[in-house]
Design a protein around this ligand. Structure first.
Ligand SMILES: NC(=O)c1ccc[n+]([C@@H]2O[C@H](COP(=O)([O-])OP(=O)(O)OC[C@H]3O[C@@H](n4cnc5c(N)ncnc54)[C@H](O)[C@@H]3O)[C@@H](O)[C@H]2O)c1
Length: 355
């Protein structure tokens, strides 16, 4: 299997590291910047390098696109039209039209198109999904996510398009449903170009719940957290923790039935408290799991767990946040969400993903 990784920056270099460890994979690194290629050659002396995708398309089976989001469509389309399978980093594209174009092109050229939603290959997120599906948390009251740090300001997208693809992918995967509506607040604090702090509210009608998503490039402390608040229990996924990624809190709040008029001044709720449990999670680097899955799907001809359609669905939510921002943040309904075509596949053992 011969693969080209296009973009040897922060994330592309990680793809190269994990793909180098997969047996039977022959790599070529493509980057438009000679300095990046020199760095690639220093770290991977046995890997071929090139400055343009066009120069290597004839000699590879598949392409990983790990360049800035604004370049995804052009590079992926070129590879697809040359009959190459493609894994595109998140977000799949920077508009719904471009994402649709890629999905259509992949069908027409009979190639696999996969999107790099890394958290859907993360054992802690699988555990969170299992907790929700099993009903052990009870009815989900709301989900809260925080993805904050002194982040890398991007040139071509705002903080929502840069960071929220992860949260939209995690929450919709865990709830098994795409949101129907997005409400947004966002602000640009240090430049007039792109908002760098944003809060989203996503509404999930079938689950009758909401997700509150906070993303920021302008916070001193790095936070990567997802909290699922259920009626019976609550679960917190802390991606910054090495050995307690998931904690399940057996706590809750009940509405107090006030029968005795003498209790009229009592609290309107009563509290339940219990154990805090951190289940064991056999954790493997999600990017390795994801890239191995891509290779396994190419070898077996199986549809990936995160196909182009999944990337398109997330791009639709991101585009809805743009509409909401133009509409002073007010709720914007999503148009034409593909009803989770990926959801059904997840019960089936997925090639390249250890159970
Ligand atoms: N899945 C994740 O957790 C995750 C994490 C970080 C970044 N990403 C995604 O990875 C992608 C890259 O992000 P990054 O932070 O590595 O960016 P980066 O700026 O660090 O690197 C991008 C690289 O692409 C090269 N490049 C740009 N246009 C090119 C072209 N047309 N041909 C060849 N090379 C080109 C640049 O020279 C640069 O080396 C983005 O889509 C980002 O959203 C995903």
């Amino acid at each position: 299997m011969s693969l080209a990784v296009v973009g040897y920056g922060y994330w592309g270099s990680k793809h190269v590291r994990v793909l180098s460890s997969v047996p039977g994979v022959d790599l070529t690194i493509v980057d438009g910047e000679p300095e990046r290629l020199a760095d690639a050659a220093a770290h991977h002396p046995n890997v071929r390098t090139a400055t343009r995708l066009g120069d290597v398309l004839g000699s590879v089976d598949a392409v990983v696109v790990a360049t800035p989001p604004g370049t995804h469509t052009g590079l992926a389309r070129r590879a697809i039209e040359a009959g190459r399978h493609v894994l595109v980093e998140k977000p799949l594209a920077t508009s719904v039209e471009d994402a649709e174009l890629l999905v259509r092109a992949a069908h027409e050229n009979d190639v696999q198109l996969m999107v790099g939603h890394t958290f859907e290959y993360n054992a802690a997120v699988w555990k969170l999904r299992e907790l929700v599906r099993s009903g052990s948390l009870g009815r989900i009251l709301y989900v809260d996510t925080a993805r904050l740090s002194l982040g890398r300001y991007q040139r071509d997208v705002n903080v929502i398009w840069d960071l929220a693809p992860h949260d939209i992918s995690i929450v919709s995967f865990v709830l098994d449903e795409m949101p129907e509506q997005a409400t947004v607040w966002a602000h640009s604090h240090i430049s007039s170009q792109h908002p760098d702090v944003a809060y989203l509210r996503l509404d999930f009608p079938r689950s009758q719940t909401h997700a509150y998503v906070h993303v920021s490039w302008l916070t001193p402390r790095k936070v990567r957290q997802v909290t699922v608040v259920g009626e019976k229990r609550m679960a917190v996924y802390d991606d910054m923790s090495d050995n307690e990624r998931i904690r399940i809190y057996d706590i809750g709040v009940d509405v107090a039935a006030i029968t005795d008029p003498a209790d009229a001044f009592a609290l309107p709720v009563s509290y339940r408290t219990g154990d805090i449990i951190s289940p064991y999670i056999a954790f493997e680097e999600p990017l390795l799991v994801q890239d191995r899955h891509f290779i396994a799907c190419l070898r077996s001809g199986t549809r990936p767990q995160t196909p182009g359609e999944r990337g398109l669905d997330v791009v639709r939510v991101l585009a809805a946040t743009d509409d909401a921002l133009r509409n002073e943040g007010r709720a914007t309904s999503l148009v034409g969400v593909t009803e989770a075509p990926w959801g059904a596949d997840l019960e089936v053992p997925v090639p390249g993903i250890a159970s």
